[in-house]
Ligand binder design. Sequence first.
Ligand SMILES: *Cc1c(COP(=O)(O)O)cnc(C)c1O
Length: 553
Amino acid sequence: MHTKLTTAYFTMEIGIDARMPTYAGGLGILAADIMRSCADLRVNAACVTIGWRHGYLAQHIRADGTQEYEQFAWKKEEFLKKLPQTVTVEVEGRTVTIGCWLYTVQSGDHSVPVYFLDTDLEGNDPADRGITGQLYGGDGAMRLRQEIVLGIGGVRMLRALGYRDIGTFHMNEGHAAFLTLELLRERDYKDDAVRASCAFTTHTPVKAGHDVFPYDLAHRIVGDMLPWHIRKIAGNDALSMTELALNMSRYTCGVSQIHGEVSRKMFPGHAVDSITNGVHHIYWACPEMQELFDRRASGWREDPAVLEMVSRSFDDEELWNAHMAAKQRLIDEVNRQTGKQFSAQCLTIASARRVVPYKRPELLYTNLERLKEVCSGSVQIIHAGNAHPSDPYSQEVIQRMVQRGKELEGSVQIAYLENYNPDLARILVAGTDVWLNTPMRLHEASGTSGMKACLNGVLNLSSLDGWWAEAYGRDPEAGWRIGPLVKAIDDPEEHRKVDAEDLYTQMQYEVVHEYYYSERRRWIRRMKRAIGLMGYFSSQRCVQEYCRKAWNV
Ligand SMILES: *Cc1c(COP(=O)(O)O)cnc(C)c1O
């Protein structure tokens, strides 16, 4: 075993296997792709996270669109190896013991360990056994307990595992910022000594998304681990995990160029760079595309940038056939799940994501008459996405979307698939013709699902935000934009109207027109260019950038 690490990557969630509910959404999926690429690139990395009993929930959608969310039980021992090491942390004056489970990300002969921390141990107070129970569950006090386990417990666990020399402690979002408190203790409370070995990625372009705790609560739960100068490093009025991470890191980045700009405005006085997210090129390519790439883009597994160089020389028919095989798999899944009769000959538009207001899931339904005019008989639409059980707003959105599907039944086929998870995502991003994403501008930090679509030759139709603003700038032929090129409109309602109108226009005069009334090779040419974007939007390029800018390798 190595005792030296280039980076210890701390993350509250990781979606490394759809059967392990240790994630909630994009943040966890990204962490998994970054670890996969670290393994490919032989980076000496380790991931520290929490072995949640319950994270992502299984979703069932009833015929009327209402939903059930169910925790699904999983047995850690079926996926993970229990390690003998334990460490302790103080929580509200009680001593809590933390155990550790190992998952190994293997690539060739290089591996990256993922350490899952766990407080569900015999000796712990029953209340403390639940600290690693529910990802993002509970109140502020519970969140503080969880963040103590991740940050302070995580550093102690790495030490117990024998890691002495760790180049960079990486905080994937502010949740992990308490790791700096343990490093301060290790290093005689010298801020500079801690800052020299920490880096931070912020993911949240809206203020409300950042963890902030009142100091009386923080003192009660965290106790003596809060240093005397905590108000200086974590905010004067309340303890902000983001402030703490920003102040204790030598390097901070956002996750796309636009998000970097937004973050610099949000955190004046801090240097915030950007490293645009990426997706793992092998994990997210469907089997047919993998075979095609193996034949026509040799070396792409080691270096996805090969795809940028050769995708334009792919054979049209081969590429189309690979796409149609993936499409048939998706259509079969839709028909099996919904009993509908979707057809592989019909232009298919899919849109799947966590249901939150800024992603504007209902933008497509702004004007039903226009939608019918554009789509009747020529477009079929697939949705998927989970809401949170304690979020009635998002549950109602899903219910309304299911009902829209019924109202439009005679003219436009619409399906809402249940239980969006990485396994379903893999079928969707490869099998649809067009990937639709409609975030409110400046609100989508990066987005990654559209990158997965590109890799499979699926064309994006998206607002110019996050990663798509960059991709569209690189190659406007690789898909379509929604909304004007000029900067965002300030009034959200006005912004929504303009974008909705543009969405129908783009669909009618570009997407539908090109699919049915142009020569197929025009569409296929766009597919090749979409695949070419994978030269840049892979997690491999992303990790290479992290190595250079954040991890000093
Ligand atoms: C890729 C992925 C996400 C993140 O996608 P966004 O584009 O950020 O919405 C979320 N959930 C699952 C299951 C995914 O595969």
